[in-house]
Design a protein around this ligand. Structure first.
Ligand code: G4P
Length: 533
């Protein structure tokens, strides 16, 4: 293997997905500690009040003490070069969170052992499934009272439609938590808490060690033996191919806070998760080891530096090597360009880089030429990656400028922010721009939108919340006429600014109702690629 190939081969690019509070930040932090990227817990993101430590670029973030952006962290561990994509979870949940998943080659799903599968995990999981990427499950907080592990695995299988393979199995939980049984190595990793929940030690003991009864107690020993027998008999076989196609999720139990089970998880995960995956560009499959540079834009972050009103475009390098001195071809712009100020992010630091390889994420200065999904490739090539799907907003408002004289700036700003992908805009069919509906995935984006229109375009907004919760794209090949549709009172036909037809719904029930009454209608949950497929 050449040095170039081994650089790509050692890269692992993944996202961590979870419902807020399941332990994503804690787990990420432990990974970074192992990689030596940070020196102490709490260095990445302080909790609660100082949650903005990673990315307080925008003033609004500082005001609200939360991070609006998703960021990327790179670190080295045991020869691997790891890129972790952060998927913000609290109020800052946005379409960006979904788009970030388009840049990952696998996902780690963190589940709270007491709560099981929660709403936001479900949403993020659905997006991972769109691309069939491998999904690894870390069932966290075993040092607290937890649900029955069989029940948790069953819930993942039923609710998310993916098979599970427990790589290890917990022995008790909460105060009774004694560790995990490692199925492949047939040994027990014993958990000892050091008064309080901040740290634990792990010792390895064979399953037939005579001391086991003393260590975990006879009743737990017996229960473990029964459960392992049941697992070995009933659960499906481990099959790496199925893992890599996103059909089987390896499940690990542990406790991120006490650092129990994190390192074995990281090691098994890195062994099982693939190096940078190939990408589709129409009929062409772009192999990551191909020595021609390709990348696509998956996120645009505006206004990081307010004084310059600059934008940063985040690129996922898909093949070849990025060299800061070489020109690249921007397909959508039809121009050769030199990417300026290429940088990689590490926690709160940005570092200018000389080169990057397939699998890496880089941020480049965007003078306003990039859009989400744009392709960059070597000059002379004409690769175009498949577009990034559009994800359905869940909150909608009708907006207009407070001062009608500011209509022009209002439209310009609204369209600009929509083009960056922070909001989606719609209008009733056959109307001009009299009414603009704005849709967002997380409500914080309304605040960001309002703030940016005020600070960048001097426009005060009037916003009126709309009672819709769901949006579906009309994927039927023919244009649908409004008078041909049978819609209930809480549904409305709208268009986006590319002329795509969509329907807003007030409830999940009315989606079913509309599908039932309009047999010719095909509805899609995602826009863009998904509509065409
Ligand atoms: P998130 O990024 O998924 O939102 O979750 P985060 O890591 O911030 O964890 C949420 C809360 O759960 C934190 O407590 C954290 O300490 C706790 N936690 C994470 N992993 C474990 C675990 O394995 N066991 C136990 N017992 N707790 C865990 P907090 O009270 O909100 O914050 P803090 O006071 O600990 O900073």
């Amino acid at each position: 293997m050449t040095q170039y190939q081994s650089e790509i081969n050692r890269r692992r690019t993944f996202a961590i997905i979870s419902h807020p509070d399941a332990g994503k930040t804690t787990l990420t932090e432990k990974f970074l500690l192992y990689g030596g990227a940070i020196a102490q817990a709490g260095a990445v993101k302080g909790k609660k009040n100082s949650r903005a430590a990673v990315s307080d670029w925008m003033e609004i973030e500082k005001q609200r003490g939360i991070s609006v952006t998703s960021s990327v962290m790179q670190f080295q561990y045991e020869g691997f070069c790891i890129n972790i994509l952060d998927t913000p979870g609290h109020q800052d949940f946005s379409e960006d969170t979904y788009r970030t998943l388009m840049a990952a080659d696998s996902a780690v799903m963190v589940i709270d052992a007491a709560k099981g599968v929660e709403a936001q995990t479900r949403k993020l999981f659905k997006v991972c499934v769109l691309r069939d990427i491998p999904i690894f499950t870390f069932i966290n907080k075993m040092d607290r009272e937890a649900r029955n592990p069989f029940e948790l695995c069953e819930e993942i299988e039923k609710e998310l439609g993916i098979e599970t393979y427990p790589v290890n199995w917990p022995i008790g939980c909460g105060k009774e938590f004694k560790g995990v049984y490692d199925r492949a190595r047939r040994r027990i990793v014993h958990f000892t808490s050091h008064g309080g929940s901040k740290a634990a030690t792990a010792a390895q003991v064979s399953l037939d060690d005579p001391q086991l009864d003393d260590l975990i107690g006879a009743p737990l020993h017996q229960r473990l033996a029964d459960e392992i027998e049941l697992l070995d008999g009933a659960a499906c076989e481990f099959d790496l191919e199925r893992v890599r196609h996103g059909k089987l999720s390896p499940v690990f139990f542990g406790s991120a806070l006490t650092n129990f089970g994190v390192e074995p998880f990281l090691e098994d995960f890195l062994r099982m998760t693939p190096p940078p995956l190939p990408r589709l560009a129409g009929d062409t499959v772009v192999d990551s080891f191909d020595d021609h540079f390709t990348a696509f834009v998956f996120k645009i972050q505006a206004n990081m530096n307010k004084a310059h009103r600059d934008r940063i475009a985040f690129l996922r390098v898909c093949s070849g090597r990025f060299d800061k001195d070489k020109e690249v071809y921007h397909l959508q712009g039809g121009k050769k360009i030199k990417l300026s100020q290429p940088q990689q992010l590490m926690a709160s630091e940005r570092e200018i880089i000389e080169e990057a390889y397939a699998g890496d994420i880089i941020g480049v200065f965007d003078p306003g030429i990039f859009s989400i999904g744009d392709t960059l490739c070597a000059p002379g090539e004409k690769i175009q990656f498949d577009p990034i799907p559009t994800f359905a907003p869940e909150h909608f408002s009708r907006v207009r400028p407070l001062d009608t004289m500011k209509r022009k700036q209002f439209l310009k700003g609204t369209e600009q922010i929509a083009q960056e992908g922070a909001i989606q805009i719609f209008k009733p069919p056959y109307s001009g721009m009299e009414e603009v509906f704005v849709g967002v995935v997380g409500t914080l984006q309304f605040d960001v939108f309002q703030y940016r229109l005020r600070s960048e375009y001097s426009v005060e907004l009037l916003m009126e919340g709309l009672p819709y919760q769901y949006l579906r794209w009309i994927a039927s090949p023919e244009h649908v006429r409004e008078d041909e549709l049978v819609l209930p009172g809480d549904a409305k036909l709208v268009e986006d600014y590319k002329g795509n037809q969509l329907i807003l719904f007030g409830s999940a029930w009315s989606i079913n109702w509309v599908e039932d009454r309009n047999k010719q209608l095909v509805l899609a949950e995602f826009g863009g690629t998904a509509v065409r497929s």
